[in-house]
Design a protein around this ligand. Structure first.
Ligand SMILES: Cc1cc2nc3c(=O)[nH]c(=O)nc-3n(C[C@H](O)[C@H](O)[C@H](O)COP(=O)(O)OP(=O)(O)OC[C@H]3O[C@@H](n4cnc5c(N)ncnc54)[C@H](O)[C@@H]3O)c2cc1C
Length: 388
């Protein structure tokens, strides 16, 4: 068994690390203190993503992406995840289902999105439909060769940075026809209802959007009518691995900072790491990170080797559940080791402790991951999780 990273893998990791340090870290404090970054800074960051060759890492070279393996994406997302305020979000990952688009959709949406000329946001969640997507009521009423989309979507991340929206709607009010539509952000009938504030200070917004009879043509259906849920399955695998990798990065940065502080901070005549309570916390953090990292990299490698799609789906849930809960535990310890300083917003550890909380909620809550894992355990047996 060869557990070494290839020269190529290491080069991607180094590239992401230098991007995070040179382009993301310098903006962390201003974003936290001002609550937002100036548009000129966001524009410059978009150019920097392209200059560093980090655009479209999750898509093939033929469509404008970088053709990175899942492991390489994991290494990149881990480095980006070290940045606070979820600044990793300035690096776009065009939605996976776009690759199932028509040739025209790939030309007009996917390729420009990989290149940073266009950006999508994704609108699935509704006031009455969160974990239970079967409750989605946004409807696409067919009128000849056109559709009229009406409904309300919540938590639409990066809606303020996007020029088009991937909208999950049910055709003709039929829950058996969940369908993805490509809708221009400035289309008639699209309206921002609210821009709520959240626990983290995120680089973009999470808007509530209203769709009021928004008219689109048949050419804006992504995949086929009724394929909406099916198309999101591979996407969930990638998104859950991305979250897990971001969590690793957050935990590693907090661990390094806490470890350094524990050596420098002297109380009761000794560096605090000499007090066993602190030493044990550091030891637990080391173990947590090492275990989570082994799991995340392993599943990324297995996906690259082409494991069965359903197995990948189940294991992505394991990875997301474990890494996000690990990050919560590690960040909590890091705050504790810093004492009062760990509660100051100027401390990256404090910001990361808020940033990672949502990782147990979005892209399927921890409870939903357990439901998926439990369901697969009942269907396929323990080997799925225990074999090596
Ligand atoms: C910052 C942020 C950004 C987001 N970005 C996007 C986005 O870009 N696009 C988008 O479409 N959505 C987005 N979301 C929505 C996110 O995916 C949902 O919040 C998430 O799926 C949970 O849905 P909910 O909030 O409605 O909670 P609910 O589904 O109402 O769940 C509430 C609680 O009940 C639990 N629960 C629900 N069902 C079960 C069950 N069967 N068994 C056990 N427990 C259960 C949940 O785990 C949770 O603890 C975002 C959310 C946040 C907070």
């Amino acid at each position: 068994m060869d557990l070494a990273l290839s020269a190529d893998d290491l080069a991607w990791k180094a590239r992401a690390k230098s991007f995070a340090q040179a382009e993301l870290f310098p903006h962390e404090l201003a974003l936290e203190m001002d609550g937002a970054l100036p548009q000129t800074t966001k524009d410059r960051l978009r150019e920097a993503v392209v200059a560093h060759g980090l655009h479209g890492i999750n898509h093939a070279r033929e469509v404008g992406g970088q053709g990175c393996t899942q492991l390489q994406q994991t290494l990149i997302n881990e480095e980006l995840g070290k940045a606070t305020n979820a600044l990793w979000a300035v690096v776009w990952h065009p939605a996976v289902p776009l690759k199932y688009g028509t040739a025209a959709q790939i030309r007009d949406f996917l390729t420009p999105s990989c290149l940073g000329q266009r950006r999508a946001c994704v609108a699935v969640t509704e006031p009455d439909a969160g974990s239970d997507t079967g409750m989605i009521r946004t409807s696409a009423a067919r009128r000849g060769e056109r559709y009229l989309i009406s409904g309300e979507k919540w938590f639409v991340t990066s809606a303020d940075a996007a020029d088009y929206i991937i909208v999950h709607a049910i055709v003709d009010g039929d829950a058996a026809k969940p369908t993805l539509f490509l809708v221009d952000s400035n289309a008639k009938g699209v309206r921002v209802k609210r821009e709520p504030k959240f626990t983290h200070t995120y680089v973009f917004g999470h808007h509530e959007l209203v769709f009021d009879g928004v008219e689109v043509g048949e050419d804006r259906v992504l995949g086929a009518v009724g394929q909406g849920l099916e198309l999101t399955k591979d996407w969930f695998v990638e998104a859950r691995l991305q979250i897990a990798a971001n969590c690793l990065g957050a935990a590693v940065r907090a661990f390094e900072l806490a470890n350094d502080w524990a050596s420098r901070r002297v109380q009761f005549g000794a560096p605090i790491r000499k007090h066993q309570a602190i030493e044990f916390m550091l030891a637990d953090m080391a173990v947590e990170i090492m275990a989570a990292k082994s799991l995340v990299y392993r599943v990324a490698c297995q996906i690259d080797r082409g494991i069965d799609r359903k197995v990948a789906h189940a294991r992505a849930s394991v990875v997301k559940l474990h890494a996000s809960e690990m990050a919560g535990r590690v960040l909590d310890k890091a705050v504790q080791i810093f004492g009062g300083r760990g509660y100051m917003r100027e401390n990256p550890v404090e910001r990361l402790s808020r940033d990672v909380r949502v990782d147990r909620i979005w892209e399927g809550t921890s409870e939903i991951q357990r439901l998926i894992i439990g369901g697969q355990l009942a269907k396929r047996g323990p080997d799925l999780f225990t074999e090596w």
